[in-house]
Design a protein around this ligand. Structure first.
Ligand SMILES: [Zn+2]
Length: 249
């Protein structure tokens, strides 16, 4: 494994455009189970009944029950070594853009700045009527359902089923992926659009694709140049260390 990581560290030499794509696997060690896993929220709450925009508008009190549970999980979660390593890579000038499918805000909490959130953030809330955004502390969570001063319903600024992924996020991610020289895919099987397009765009641009996942994915055979199977919380700190040693530009 150490040798494989060394090979990947070598890829960073002399290149500028590096995109990282992360998914739910990043945050499991931070105490946020993957939504679809056996411990996940969707094993308890049917996503169509609890995470669609129609369901929310029809019965916000019911959906807020699920949202409060999600909110608690996110509020208690802290970044793990994988998040800190990606933030460190950005500080070292080794990450141009980090695209995440996660809504937990842990990349920013770890210090990453160039972050695009495909599915929004649970740490931010938005009024569905006037569009005003709030931090979690500004909203009276006791009120059921929480409402804006304008009377509108407040919802975490996450993308529900039936809602569009913010166009700005897609544009930024697609633009950078189609000129990148290296893409790291961490904790994501990249099966769900639009994230699923990114490794393909990178590959078409001639970039190397490196995957860090616990298990093989559909990417592993077709797209990835190197697949590092294991815990990102162990692999990424080692990668940072080896990039420091090997890359002098
Ligand atoms: Zn409002």
């Amino acid at each position: 494994m150490k040798e494989m990581i060394g090979k990947v560290a070598g890829f960073f030499n002399g290149i500028q455009n590096i995109v990282v794509l992360t998914g739910a696997g990043m945050s499991v060690d931070s105490g946020i189970p993957a939504f679809r896993g056996s411990q996940g929220l969707w094993s308890k709450y049917d996503p169509m009944e609890y995470a669609s925009i129609d369901a929310f508008c029809n019965n916000p009190v019911k959906v807020w029950k699920m949202l409060k549970e999600l909110d608690e999980a996110v509020a208690c979660a802290e970044p793990n070594p994988a998040h800190y390593s990606l933030a460190e890579l950005e500080r070292m000038g080794r990450v141009s853009l980090l695209v995440t499918q996660n809504i937990d805000g842990l990349h920013q909490a770890a210090g990453s700045r160039q972050v695009v959130e495909f599915h929004g953030s649970q740490r931010r809330l938005r009024c569905l009527s006037c569009g005003r955004t709030f931090s979690r502390n500004e909203v009276m969570m006791l009120e059921d359902p929480p409402r804006c001063l304008c009377g509108g319903l407040i919802k975490p600024d996450i993308v529900f089923f039936g809602e569009e992924i913010p166009e700005r996020a897609i544009k930024a991610a697609f633009a950078m992926s189609s000129i990148c020289q290296l893409m790291l895919v961490v904790g994501s099987s990249a099966q769900v659009a639009p994230a699923s397009h990114l490794p393909l765009l990178a590959k078409q641009a001639g970039a190397r694709v490196v995957e860090i996942n616990l298990e093989k994915t559909a990417l592993s055979e077709e797209i990835s140049d190197v697949v590092l199977l294991g815990d990102a919380g162990e692999i990424l700190p080692e990668l940072v260390e080896q990039i420091r040693e090997k890359c002098d530009d």
